[in-house]
Design a protein around this ligand. Structure first.
Ligand code: HEC
Length: 260
């Protein structure tokens, strides 16, 4: 009797230790899964941003060419720009974009963005190939906004991509920062000692929907200031008013949301 009850006690003891162990394991696995999910989303968001920058660089690299009144076909079809954007993406990340394209949501969103880039360029052919016109109003920021609009429409509300700027620098009201973007720009990006160029990401909400959000700061280069620089209020080549921005100043940001 005595022996039986003590072995019962032992069985109970080991059972509860085992249960505790399993419980702890499940917490550990659960939290590492959450951590992995956040890492993955950060990677997806960063790649979406890098692809937008890679494509926008094709437009800035070709701005002189696009503005050349003497030229007709600029050779910047959807297919051509996508191919160059892929090259730039590889230079920036060290990865072939094809490596990500089969990868679930990651691949799906990158493909939507590639399609958006191609569609914007295909739509722009008539404008950019018109002979006899110099400045055609086809600029990197306008190209980028059009890509984000098509991306937004193409993702069936799974994700969002946006070009924005500090409130005092916003030209197009459609690009105004929302509350979350405004707070990150003012409280983090503009704070002394914030590492230049470092993206910020966290779980947050967008328009009331839970999402992983990430935003990358961008700074004015000399080439930006003919439109965004001094004297403030003077008209630039586009007819818009210059913002009075300074070289190296925080001039914009690319913002991503991936909804839960
Ligand atoms: C030829 C004039 C011109 C140049 C050069 C130029 N921009 Fe812009 N930028 C514009 C216009 C026009 C818009 C409004 C685009 C739109 O309608 O969405 C704009 C919009 C933006 C936006 C989106 C937020 C907003 O204000 O609506 C950012 C960010 C931006 N520019 C940054 C830059 C940076 C950084 C550079 C240099 C690398 C640059 N721009 C060069 C004319 C210019």
């Amino acid at each position: 009797m005595q022996r039986a009850s003590s072995s019962n006690w032992l069985v109970q003891y080991f059972r509860s230790i085992t249960l505790m162990f399993l419980f702890c394991c499940s917490i550990a696995v659960g939290s590492s899964q959450t951590a992995r999910a956040a890492d993955d989303l950060e990677q997806v968001a960063l790649n979406l941003v890098t692809l937008l920058r890679s494509a926008r660089a094709v437009i800035s690299d070709n701005q002189g060419h696009i503005n050349d009144a003497a030229l007709g076909d600029k050779g910047l079809s959807g297919t051509a720009v996508v191919a160059k954007a892929k090259e730039n993406f590889k230079k920036a990340t060290g990865h072939d974009i094809a490596d990500f394209l089969g990868d679930g949501l990651h691949g799906e969103l990158l493909q939507v963005e590639l399609d958006a880039i191609a569609a914007v360029m295909d739509d722009a052919q008539e404008v950019i190939n018109e002979q006899g016109v110099g400045f055609k109003g086809f600029l990197p920021a306008i190209f980028a906004r059009q890509v984000t609009e098509k991306f937004r429409a193409g993702t069936s509300k799974k994700a969002d991509l946006k070009l924005t700027a500090p409130k005092n620098f916003v030209r197009n009201r459609a690009n105004r920062p929302d509350k979350w973007e405004h707070a990150v720009i003012e409280d983090r990006f503009k704070s002394a000692g914030y590492p230049k160029g470092q993206p910020f990401g966290e779980k947050a909400t967008k328009k009331g929907r839970p999402a992983y959000r990430l935003i990358l700061p961008e700074y004015y280069k000399a080439s930006c200031l003919s439109c965004h620089g001094d004297p403030k209020g003077e008209r630039d080549i586009t007819g818009g008013k210059k913002e009075g921005g300074k070289l190296g100043e925080l001039g914009g940001a690319i913002s991503v949301a991936i909804f839960d």
